[in-house]
Design a protein around this ligand. Sequence first.
Ligand code: TXA
Ligand code: MG
Length: 356
Amino acid sequence: MRLLRQIRLLSWRIRNHKRMKTVLLDCSEQQLEIAAKMIRDGFVVGIPTETVYGLGADASNDEAVRAIFRAKGRPADNPLIVHLSDFSHASEYTHDIPELAYRLAERFCPGPLTIVLPKNNRIPYVTSGGLDTVGIRVPSHPVMHRLIEMSGCPIAAPSANSSGYPSPTCAEHVLKDMNGKIPAVINGGQSELGVESTVIAVENGDSVRILRPGCITKEMLCDVCSNVVIDRAILHELEAGQKAASPGMKYKHYSPRADVVMIESTIEDFTEYVRTHAGGNTYSLIFDGDEDGFPFIHMTYGADSSSQARLLFKRLRELDDLGAEKVYVRAPSTEGVGLAVYNRLIRAAGFEVIRI
Ligand code: TXA
Ligand code: MG
């Protein structure tokens, strides 16, 4: 098998800090078998999921997990999510699973939901970023699902971007950030949802705290439990010395190179603001339907929250490719999936929001 030999060579080159090129695999059974073997052997593979692409490795292998942190340039205290093929396996890696977690899993797994649970010693502290808890997710994407089964490993996978940069929603984005840093990426086309999973913690009995919003919305969670709290860090900057319930919230995130400014207003006021402030290499990111008569250079990112979720990271990357220096973004709604889009944008904007 030529490809397998090629990947072995790449893996050797990575281990010995030599330069190499990342291989693009397809989703055929034969190539997934190669990817599964690489994961069993302790290597990192770019994998499609229904949310965004992940950088996957065996969650129980310290060295493999360290390689993920190295490839991303990720701070060691930011924990990784562990992906399982079925929630029934959660008890192999965690303990004291509350009854509510089972009810939530029954409704939303497989799917874009991550449940934070107390970890046991099969999950090393490298994976949990030093925490005694671990985020468990059962992805619905057939490729990720198949890889977990074929490798027989719990797969730790953060989003496959360089730390701080927008998450990748196609294999080309992964290659752009990871070429030469990991041996292989599986090309599974465009991510269906476009924003990362909803991360939740179960609190005292029948209450859930959303640590990161995603496509499983507050309203959907309210269907299963009596109380859903949105963590303050989702919409607000942490104050100096304040502890983050989700370590990822304390880091600059989702940021393209351009300076992003979010504007909460009607399209008329938005247009007026851009008219008086635009200069240099400035772009606007507006809704589909806003563009009629909009007189400045722009891109659109969908009309409804689900399309905005699917398109946001792609647009931020495209704006960088165009060399945008400043990007004015029309703020999305915070209803439903919109909260996830707003949360990513407010971070991309470094909390710079103009309300007119
Ligand atoms: O959709 C997703 O969740 C994607 C795909 C690849 O599955 N993964 C992903 O992972 O977005 P990552 O590492 O980029 O984001 C995980 C977020 C971080 O903000 C992290 O701080 C938080 O989840 N997190 C992970 N484990 C946690 C824990 N034990 N307690 C609190 N927050 C946790
Ligand atoms: Mg991420």
